[in-house]
Write a protein that binds this ligand. Structure first.
Ligand SMILES: Nc1ncnc2c1ncn2[C@@H]1O[C@H](COP(=O)(O)OP(=O)(O)OP(=O)(O)O)[C@@H](O)[C@H]1O
Length: 283
């Protein structure tokens, strides 16, 4: 299934299949996925554990083996980009991972962590220092953060550092792979607001991977739903997260927590009704 964007797509994924080797056999993790992300757009990718969300993110980043299909970035075929071509792409295409504890080198200061992608790509030290200060400001961290180490920060603050690191080369697309899943609910809300503000300020696009429909509802313009390596539904946020057409998406929606107890009770009633009428497996 294909999702449509208005205007030209920044990222275009066309009928992508990914097979992983498992001993002597192969496992098809993506079974022909197509999607588009426009400039300044946030597209959510939801689905239960193992549905293939991270694999699609990895395929875009060149970290998963693409058996067939095409991935285009700004019109260029990047499906099998490697080496120098992949390194050049890093200026435009970045990633924020789920684990704010494991994704930052504990032996470096935050200043060193943020400056490294710049100096490695030839930026002078003074210019890199200026860019680092600007990025810390973008992610609402104080200037003295540069001299401190990741271990001195909370999970939410570390995720802000990871976001600053992804932003420092001014990318056009960030693959956000469950970037708030490891955070408590209040911190999640603050980090999601930060993602929204950054998009408004910079026009960056996001592929926002999450198992939580409630999270993508808050931030995404459009949403694709994955189930067992396939995209079973995609469309505008409002439609997919509030009035889904596919039974699997309805299950995801009913499983995502809501703050209002009356709405939760209403959902529970409708969940029981849905279970009564859909005894067959999904989809
Ligand atoms: N390197 C690998 N080798 C073999 N199988 C893999 C590999 N990586 C992922 N898989 C399998 O591919 C399927 C999709 O995994 P993937 O991590 O993309 O799912 P996901 O939807 O992101 O799940 P989660 O939300 O738990 O991260 C799973 O069945 C997983 O076990």
């Amino acid at each position: 299934m294909t999702t449509d964007t208005h205007g030209d797509a920044l990222l275009e994924v066309d009928d992508v299949i990914v097979d992983y080797r498992r001993g002597r056999s192969t496992f098809r993790a993506l079974k022909g996925i197509s999607m588009k992300i426009g400039a300044g757009e946030c597209v959510g990718l939801v689905g239960e554990s193992g549905s293939g969300k991270s694999t699609l993110g990895k395929a875009i980043l060149g970290l998963a083996p693409v058996t067939s299909g095409t991935i285009r970035f700004d019109g260029r075929d990047i499906t099998h980009a490697k080496g120098a071509e992949r390194r050049r792409l890093a200026a435009d295409l970045q990633v924020v991972f789920q684990d704010p504890y494991g994704s930052l080198d504990p032996t470096l200061t935050v200043g060193q962590i943020l400056a490294e992608p710049l100096t490695a790509s030839g930026t002078g030290r003074a210019e890199a220092r200026k860019a680092v200060a600007e990025m810390l400001d973008h992610v609402r961290l104080p200037a003295d953060t540069v001299t401190r180490y990741p271990s001195e920060f909370s999970g939410g603050q570390r995720q802000r550092v990871a976001i600053a690191r992804a932003l420092v080369r001014r990318p056009r697309l960030i693959v956000c792979d469950e970037p708030v899943s490891a955070l408590d609910l209040t911190t999640q809300a603050a980090v999601i607001d930060l993602f929204i503000d950054i998009q408004r300020e910079t026009g960056v696009s996001y592929l926002f991977v999450s198992h939580d429909l409630g999270v993508v509802r808050r931030i995404c313009h459009r949403v694709s739903v994955m189930y067992q390596g396939e995209c079973v539904e995609s469309g505008p946020n409002e439609t997919v997260t509030r009035d889904p057409g596919h039974p699997y998406t309805r299950r995801l929606l009913l499983a995502s927590p809501v703050a209002d107890p009356a709405r939760q009770a209403e959902r529970r009633r409708s969940w029981l009704g849905l279970r009564a009428v859909s005894a067959s497996p999904v989809p």
